[in-house]
Design a protein around this ligand. Structure first.
Ligand code: H79
Length: 437
């Protein structure tokens, strides 16, 4: 009896919890066709920018911490990036082999890079007075890049948002979340109708004022404005960034500053900085070319996209050493792009030695290091290799023996010191192979 009572209590509680969390109507969700197109792009540029570049500290987070709040909130009066050249940014991304650009329209500090009618804290009240978002949207069109917009749901600057600093412990009773959400909806309507973004990258869904119902409301509004706009999974209150399910609001998962795990079931995009900080920092420690290339290979190998971040300087330029690094990535992708774009990840989990991607009957092995003379792979569920060769570096010796386990004889020196890609042509569709644990 007691067990039955407990069971009843448990069920009643579960129903209540489930009922509390409204979910998105499946009929309005972004379609698989649209999501497959997004996932085929594989590589994009993230841009974090704003008046904070005048201090070189972290965007949003340094406000009221390393830069006094009043000082931070007045930086826009000096923000005059006269060397901003949207064309150059878009070309930099294009030359890096990137297929899309996502820029911060508004970060946690509340500053708007576009001329919004719903806040005076925007670019038109800086000495620069030009619509940065519009210029970049146009440059993206010219270079055939998809244009995407980042927008955070928390805003430490807006008096209607109840937290006014990152370290706030209590909510301001004078704030009004209904007004705040209305402003947000007006701004997002503006953004969609002015710039027609391919994707919206929401952030900042973890603070206490945010409620799941706001997220449902906003997702529903966005889908009315543009049924195909893609939406990141940071709109639901406290939803985990690395997860996606019908209970989570959004279309793709967003692991941050780490490569997502191999997952064939949900779309995901890792966002990661080229150096340490999201916004520009003088002498920030930049990743090596090896780290950059292996990051994109391991991300694609896990079946995800990579949104690689740069923070332009206060004068509007992206640092030359970063442009050079990005160009080096683009040069690698010019040779090896077929093993990244439009591929699926797996069937092996990426590790420190290699990652795998696949397309049609080809399995691509991205070899990072010659740890042993033979690279031994588990069997491919009965699939047989017909041909094996380096994309750049010629034929390769291999054996496929008992139960079809594979041994690849690596040359003494790998043809590419960063990532040598081997093509295994199979007698079957590599994309259908089950994931190997
Ligand atoms: O926009 C970028 C980040 O600013 C934003 N998401 C990406 C895309 C982000 N907001 N919050 N967080 C990420 C997580 C917060 C991390 C923190 Fe910290 C750790 C905040 C305080 C300690 C990092 C380290 C920021 C300041 C110190």
């Amino acid at each position: 009896m007691k067990i039955l009572y407990n069971l009843f209590f448990f069920l009643a509680l579960s129903v209540q919890l489930y009922a509390q969390k409204s979910i998105i109507d499946p009929a309005i969700k972004t379609t698989k066709v649209v999501m497959d197109d997004f996932m085929d792009q594989r590589f994009g540029m993230f841009i974090h920018w704003g008046p904070v570049a005048l201090r070189g500290t972290e965007i949003g987070w340094s406000r009221g911490v390393t830069v006094p709040t009043a000082e931070y909130d007045n930086l826009y009066k000096e923000f005059n990036p006269v060397l901003f050249d949207a064309d150059k940014w878009a070309k930099t991304a294009k030359d890096a082999g990137m297929k899309y650009i996502t820029i911060t329209s508004k970060h946690h500090d509340g500053f708007c890079l576009w001329p919004t009618a719903y806040s005076t804290y925007n670019i038109m009240n800086s000495p620069y007075k030009k619509d940065i978002i519009a210029e970049l949207a146009n440059a993206c069109k010219k270079y055939d890049m998809k244009f995407c917009i980042y927008f955070t749901v928390l805003d430490w600057h807006d008096p209607n948002y109840p937290m006014h600093i990152s370290t706030a412990k209590e909510q301001d009773p004078k704030a009004d979340m209904n007004k705040f959400v209305l402003t947000m909806k007006n701004q997002l309507t503006e953004i969609i109708s002015k710039y027609h973004p391919y994707m919206l990258w929401f952030d900042g869904n973890w603070e206490s004022p945010w409620k799941n119902e706001y997220g449902v409301d906003i997702y529903t509004l966005l889908k009315k404005l543009d049924p195909n706009v893609i939406i990141s999974n940071r709109l639901g209150a406290n939803d985990k960034h690395t997860e996606l399910s019908p209970a989570i609001i959004g279309d793709f998962a967003t692991p941050e500053q780490k490569i997502g795990e191999l997952n064939m079931n949900i779309p995901w995009e890792t966002c990661m900085t080229i150096a340490d900080q999201w916004s520009w920092k003088p002498n920030d420690k930049m990743k090596t070319l090896k780290q950059c290339i292996q990051t994109i290979a391991k991300t694609a190998g896990g079946n995800g996209n990579l949104l690689f971040n740069v923070g332009p300087m206060l004068d509007g330029r992206i640092e030359e050493r970063q442009i050079t690094r990005l160009k080096e990535m683009g040069d690698w992708l010019k040779v090896y792009g077929e093993s990244i774009y439009g591929t699926k990840g797996g069937p092996f989990k990426p590790n420190e030695i290699f990652a795998a991607t696949r397309k049609g009957n080809k399995l691509y092995l991205h070899v990072f290091e010659r740890k042993t003379a033979d690279l031994i792979l588990p069997s491919l569920s009965g699939a047989r290799i017909k041909k094996a060769y380096f994309i750049k570096g010629g034929q390769i010796k291999y054996t496929q023996k008992r139960k079809w386990a594979i041994t690849i004889q690596l040359p003494k020196v790998l043809p590419d010191s960063i990532n040598s890609v081997i093509v295994l042509e199979l007698d079957t569709n590599a994309e259908k192979l089950p994931v190997q644990s």
